[in-house]
Ligand binder design. Structure first.
Ligand code: GLU
Length: 254
């Protein structure tokens, strides 16, 4: 049994200003399947975008963004809870801050909570506690947050489900000959020193934050798999059937 953290981004969970319920359903179905043979922890973004479906506050203002997260987080949780209930899976919410992830005692409490939830078959759903973060999402984004969590709870694998379906040797939006890098063993400083370029207004990440997450995990020998969250075929093949068709695996040479 492996311990797998799965992170899903806001772009995947939102469609035309609404929570993308069909995509959420597909994700939940995949996670329910994955959970049969693995310990699964979900890191879900989408609180701000879910809040925005109810109240159109200007997201560029930090206090508004935090308020939107406060509105959206329970909406997200309620939708997850009802979808997972169809598989008899109990969900739980674990909100963490940057300060928690930098405090040894807090990390050990997070571990105790998550271990207890997992040993009782409950699915932990983690997000940053955006409403109380003092700076613009202090951890920065959920790509890195999920990497810290994966390391802190001794996960074997982090799966990032994104609007980016893999890591390419060139920007696929600008270069149609760009090729997927299937396996990546190291990431250079140049690759991670570019500024983040999210494709979606609600997303904080872009490829750079994913590379930072991967670089962090490579140091600890934890694998990371980046795949599409729109079409789950690649991640299903990889995680359920052990067949690497598409997506990028970041792994240390063993
Ligand atoms: N925590 C933010 C949210 O749930 C998202 C952060 C990110 O996009 O990585 O809306």
């Amino acid at each position: 049994m492996k311990r797998i953290v799965v992170k899903v981004g806001s772009a995947v969970l939102t469609h035309n200003g609404e929570v993308a319920l069909e995509r959420m359903k597909a994700l939940v179905t995949f996670l329910a399947e994955l959970k049969k043979d693995n310990e699964v922890i979900l890191v879900s973004s989408g609180a701000v975008s879910a809040g925005y479906t109810l109240l159109k506050l200007d997201r560029k203002v930090l206090a508004n963004k935090q308020a939107l997260a406060a509105i959206g987080q329970p909406i997200l949780m309620q939708k997850y809870a009802s979808k997972f209930a169809a598989f008899d899976i109990i969900t739980s919410q674990v909100l963490v801050t940057d300060a928690n992830l930098n405090t040894k005692d807090d990390i050990s409490r997070i571990n105790n909570t998550i271990n207890t939830l997992l040993s009782n078959g409950v699915l932990p759903i983690i997000n940053e506690n955006d409403a109380t973060a003092t700076d613009e999402l202090e951890v920065g984004d959920n790509d890195q947050l999920s990497a810290y969590i994966a390391k802190d709870i001794n996960a074997d694998l982090l799966i990032l489900l994104s609007d980016i379906d893999a890591y390419y040797d060139a920007d696929p939006r600008k270069n149609k000959n760009a090729k997927v890098l299937k396996v990546v063993n190291n990431i250079s400083d140049d690759e991670i020193n570019c500024s983040p370029t999210p494709n979606n207004i609600f997303a904080t990440g872009g490829i750079v934050t994913k590379l930072k997450a991967a670089a962090y995990l490579l140091e600890f020998g934890i694998d990371m798999f980046l795949a599409s969250g729109f079409d789950l075929d690649d991640v299903k093949s990889f995680a359920l059937d052990a067949k690497h068709k598409g997506g990028t695996l970041f792994t240390k040479v063993r």
